[in-house]
Write a protein that binds this ligand. Structure first.
Ligand code: GUN
Ligand code: ZN
Length: 445
């Protein structure tokens, strides 16, 4: 276990007692009886922001029973949610009526992102955005800023003040966008490089090279993005891929020599282990296989895919045994319609249903936690209650509303099947109201 890249001063350790749910393996490949860890009466000991002991209360009581302890009854304690794809500047334009992707970008998104030329404005929205993430129990996210470098500074400054583990980057966009949002291949390279030097691995922050999508980047801009990835091999690549049918057709026109959409990125050296591609709704079999071979990740964004009418992501193909791909859930706000990863899991379940597939509650919650952490190559730091990881966790209330209290009045779960039923109702009916508390590095926020 590598050590976490921070330490906050907490003079004395403390403990949390309650019912803990996390994952020790991937339930898409390992039976749930082995991949789900449920400790009905557990204890987690936190010191200097990290988990230093975790297990059944009965086992830890002797060593840690005297610590100051906060006990949560009739609540589920989970690792903080990981949102693998979201746009902070689009917070204010969530739920914009009536368009599909390309028209939606022109009509709503680009005019909104223009406002982030003002750093002051970007700072205000960054605070609202982070408040909203934490209210919803999301403790880590991979985030699009805008084309303006100061909008990246505003975001990272706000995240740093809150001790959050966040990944973000400046949008690179040198064609097929309004003048007021365009950079050039060279300016995007220079500005991104300066931002990487400033922010990557500063405390809990990481940088993602962020070409918006193949349509808004020239071949030269993508090539320079690939050059940056070579120069800084531990930064991320974050972009959109194969979301909408018209988008895929346009990419084929813009890159006539490429064998499909993913190949436009591949030719530039952008398809790697730390690459995260949002959507992938329209991927071909060959593209699924290529993503698997490259160990790249997909952010599955069901509320967005339904809202923009993009289509139904093939989760069973992405998580196939032959060509497994790392998958996380993304809200994709503002095309996504909720900050809640519970609501996102709910819609993921329905997308699977429409394709006659099953997405069990444990699989969905895996995607929202350890699966997301793995998609972001952060599984050494976050995503489960393993000792040594950061103490970023949430307290979920399965009785947060009158209807949920009525639905969930039976005995507290002891066994996995009882738990499955409870957390399924939580994921179908729950939202920000079900997040009783959010902890960052062991401190309630
Ligand atoms: N493709 C390119 N830009 C965007 C965006 O802002 N949102 C979504 N959903 N898809 C995109
Ligand atoms: Zn997006």
């Amino acid at each position: 276990m590598s050590s976490i890249p921070y330490s906050i001063s907490q003079p004395s350790p403390k403990a949390i007692r309650g019912s803990f749910l996390d994952f020790v393996d991937d339930p898409f490949y390992v039976p749930e009886t082995e991949s789900v860890r449920y400790v009905a009466d557990g204890l987690m000991v936190v010191a200097n922001g990290a988990i230093v002991a975790f297990g059944p209360y009965a086992d830890l009581q002797e060593n840690y029973g005297e610590l100051p302890t906060t006990t949560y009854s009739n609540q589920i304690i989970m690792p903080g949610f990981v949102d693998t794809h979201i746009h902070y500047p689009q917070t204010e334009m969530i739920a914009a009526y009536g368009e599909q992707l390309l028209e939606w970008l022109n009509r709503y998104t680009f005019p909104t992102e223009r406002k982030f030329e003002s750093k002051q404005y970007a700072k205000e929205v960054a605070e609202i955005f982070l408040d909203e993430l934490l209210r919803n129990g999301t403790t880590t996210a991979m985030v699009f800023a805008t084309v303006f470098p100061a909008s990246v500074d505003a975001f990272f400054e706000a995240a740093e003040r809150r001790n959050l583990c966040m990944i973000a980057g400046k949008v690179m966009m040198d064609r097929n966008a309004p003048d007021f949002l365009r950079d050039t291949a060279v300016s995007s390279y220079e500005e991104t490089k300066a931002l990487i030097r400033k922010w990557h691995k500063r405390g809990r922050l990481r940088y993602a090279i962020t070409p918006r999508f193949a349509i808004t980047s020239t071949e030269e801009q993508l090539r320079l993005a690939g050059k940056l990835l070579e120069e800084f091999p531990d930064v991320y690549l974050h972009t959109h891929l194969s979301e909408n049918v018209d988008e895929v057709a346009w990419v084929q026109q813009l890159f006539p020599d490429c064998q499909g959409y993913l190949d436009a990125y591949d030719m530039a050296g952008l398809v790697k282990e730390r690459s995260v591609f949002a959507h992938g709704v329209q991927l071909t079999d060959a593209e699924f296989q290529r993503l698997s071979a490259a160990q790249s990740a997909i952010a599955f964004c069901p509320t967005s895919n339904l809202f923009l009418g993009s289509g139904l992501f093939k989760i069973e193909q992405a998580k196939s045994a032959h060509y497994p791909i790392k998958v996380g859930l993304g809200t994709d706000v503002g095309a996504g319609t909720s900050f809640s990863m519970l609501q996102t899991a709910n819609e993921a379940y329905k997308v699977a249903q429409l394709r006659h597939q099953k997405l069990s509650p444990f699989k969905a919650l895996f995607l929202a936690t350890l699966g997301g952490a793995r998609a972001l190559c952060l599984e050494d730091e976050i995503g489960s209650f393993e000792v040594g990881k950061a103490a970023d966790f949430i307290i979920l209330d399965p009785q947060a509303t009158p209807l949920m209290a009525f639905r969930n009045q039976s005995c507290w779960p002891e066994q996995l099947d009882e738990l499955a039923e409870l957390v399924f109702s939580l994921m179908m009916m729950g939202d920000d109201r079900s997040v009783h508390a959010t902890y960052i590095l062991g401190q309630q926020v």
